[in-house]
Design a protein around this ligand. Structure first.
Ligand code: A3P
Length: 336
């Protein structure tokens, strides 16, 4: 497997001019955008309807300028804490199932984040990702559909959504660990309020989900819409769907050999969270963000929100969800 190490964009001089223009545009933009409360850093900015931290605003500009897509690209998208890590492992191991044995697999020695690039952090030097020679190329992002460059929308997208109550709790835990030490701790009550108002990184949650849900109805052959709860209940069904969607359906022989269950077991929470490689060390996201690898694995359950949210809080989130999703045909929770 070739790595996705960045290759500097060819012309250094041109790059600098273009890059500096983007930095300037970014600085001006931040002065005009509505400002909200950040979970990790002090402020979020509302960029075309979605709350982003200042660096992901800048990276969105960079992505639109530099990213060179291929028609065969497949992009994994999820709202933060909806199952990105798990789906990364599943997509990678399903697509590359001929390259490794399940007793000696890339994922035994490398975390799921290493399998393919995350597009939301500024890489240095700037990369257009043209050096990746595998086909299809896989990428991951948290950006809402409307914030994606058109070239990404013309390729295939795998989207995963999760019960917003579990997303909120998972995100609160995760962001509390990453939160700048210069800020006071983010209390659950405050996080809850912000989340309900849509004010959290990449939010509003509901508009994010709906942006992909509507697109998946319009372009079903291009967007595979999955649910975390279905993945938990019947992961083998999801692996078969993924394989077919990525253009590599399971063969009768593979079914006979139990390849689907091999993938499911390899990528299970129990297996991945107990691997040494996922227990210690830092994962770097661009130059600015470092995450303890173990923080990508917390409980991996459906319904942990019950340990944190009152009945009233549950009702509030469910009411927002029902009101936002009315008429869309989308129902959260397991469908398989
Ligand atoms: P919890 O905090 O509820 O445990 P993301 O990868 O998008 O950041 O999402 C993280 C959430 O997915 C965390 O949820 C994490 O524990 C869970 N997760 C990570 N790997 C998983 C796996 N293999 N199976 C199920 N859930 C997993």
């Amino acid at each position: 497997m070739s790595s996705f190490l960045s290759t500097p964009v060819e012309s250094k001089v041109e790059e600098d001019i273009e890059y500096n223009n983007i930095c300037q545009k970014h600085n001006l933009l931040l002065q005009t955008l509505p400002k909200g409360n950040g979970w990790r850093v002090q402020h979020l900015y509302n960029y075309n309807g979605f709350w982003l931290n200042p660096n992901t605003v800048k990276n969105n500009l960079l992505l639109h300028t530099y990213f060179k897509s291929l028609p065969t690209d497949i992009v994994l998208v999820a709202f933060m804490k909806s199952g990105t890590t798990w789906l990364k492992a599943l997509m990678f191991s399903t697509l590359n199932r001929d390259c490794y044995t399940f007793s000696n697999h890339h994922l035994h020695n490398h975390g799921p984040q290493s399998t393919f690039p995350f597009l939301d952090c500024e890489s240095y030097p700037i990369t257009d990702f043209t050096s990746i020679s595998v086909n299809p190329r896989l990428f991951a992002t948290h950006y809402a559909y409307t914030l994606l460059p058109a070239c990404i929308k013309s390729g295939k997208i795998v989207y995963v959504c999760r019960d917003p109550k579990d997303v909120l709790i998972s995100k609160w835990h995760f962001m509390s660990k990453l939160r700048s030490k210069d800020l006071p701790p983010l209390l659950l009550d405050s996080a809850f309020e912000l989340f309900c108002q849509g004010e959290s990184e990449y939010g509003p949650f509901w508009e994010h989900v709906l942006s992909y849900w509507s697109a998946s109805l319009e372009f079903p052959e291009k967007i595979l819409f999955l649910k975390y709860e279905d993945m938990k209940k019947q992961p083998e069904v999801v692996v078969r769907k993924l394989a077919a969607f990525m253009g590599k359906p399971l063969t009768a022989d593979e079914e006979k050999r139990g390849v689907v269950m091999d993938i499911v077991k390899l990528c299970s929470f129990e297996n991945l969270s107990n691997l040494e490689v996922n227990k210690k060390g830092l994962e770097k996201f661009g130059r600015l963000v470092e995450v303890e690898k173990q923080d990508f694995f917390r409980k991996g359950e459906i319904g942990d929100w019950k340990n944190y949210l009152s009945e009233e809080m549950k009702e509030r989130v469910d009411t927002i969800t029902n009101e936002k999703f009315v008429g869309s045909g989308l129902r959260l929770g397991a469908t398989v």
